[in-house]
Design a protein around this ligand. Structure first.
Ligand SMILES: Cc1ncc(COP(=O)(O)O)c(C=O)c1O
Length: 231
């Protein structure tokens, strides 16, 4: 089997998992979008996934996104890029205004830096539901103030919430994110329409879909294990 065939087969399996999970939850499979996480994977892997019908790709590192996007920009069907990693404000220039969705806005400073680029930018807010010190994301208590800041912005929009749950304990966190979304969606704010829940990865996409995910971010099940970082 070639690498392209392997990626096509993996994608078909992931799509089947998504469809089965959606049906089991009484939801339409079309209500869940698949984001293929291509971080650390070469541009040719992205091309193979596009040839197999995948459109949206997630990257975690600003310069990697910039370089890969440049390689693929002239292709007949360029990817729809999403940025899913943490972002330092000095790297916002590589990302803001260039991606379909920024998944991990987690501070007023980052929001302001994106807004300052002056280009329209749909965003999600990453929430640290568990309050883990090691994880990024706004604390639930700080979410309303961050959404208020979107409401006062001219260029950024907030389209939903994003979560990376702690290992082994995902369901309660997915449910908590959904409850936060439902609570904040009841507050009318300009530039804020909390329709997306970006949650669920290779290990737990079924649970996330059962709890209302509208975007699942899947890397390993499509592209295999990522290369280890250099020591
Ligand atoms: C924010 C985020 N979402 C999703 C993924 C994909 O995870 P997996 O390879 O387990 O599907 C990653 C991978 O690093 C990630 O950083």
């Amino acid at each position: 089997m070639t690498r392209a065939e392997e990626i096509a087969r993996n994608l078909a399996e992931v799509r089947a998992r998504i469809a089965a999970a959606a049906r089991a939850a009484g939801r339409s499979p079309d209500a869940v979008r698949l984001l293929a996480v291509s971080k650390k994977m070469p541009a040719d892997d992205v091309r193979a996934a596009i040839a197999a019908g995948q459109r949206a790709f997630g990257e975690n590192y600003a310069q990697e996104l910039r370089d890969k996007a440049a390689l693929l920009a002239a292709d007949p069907t360029p990817p729809e890029w999403h940025f899913i990693g943490p972002l330092q404000t000095n790297k916002v220039k590589y990302v803001a205004g260039k991606v379909a969705l920024m998944h991990a806005v987690d501070s007023p400073a980052l929001l302001d830096a994106i807004e300052a680029r002056g280009a329209p930018q749909p965003c999600l807010v990453q929430v640290n539901v568990a309050g883990e010190a090691s994880k990024r994301g706004v604390a639930p208590v700080d979410l309303p103030a961050l959404l208020d800041r979107f409401a006062a912005a001219a260029h950024v929009r907030c389209e939903g919430l994003m979560l990376i749950p702690p290992r082994g304990d995902a369901r309660a966190h997915f449910a908590a994110l959904r409850a936060l979304r439902d609570r904040e969606a009841a507050v009318a704010r300009p530039n804020v329409d909390l329709r997306e829940l970006s949650m669920g990865m290779t290990e737990d996409l079924e649970v996330a879909i059962a709890e209302g995910a509208t975007i699942v971010r899947v890397g390993t099940a499509i592209f295999g294990a990522r290369p280890a970082p250099p020591q």
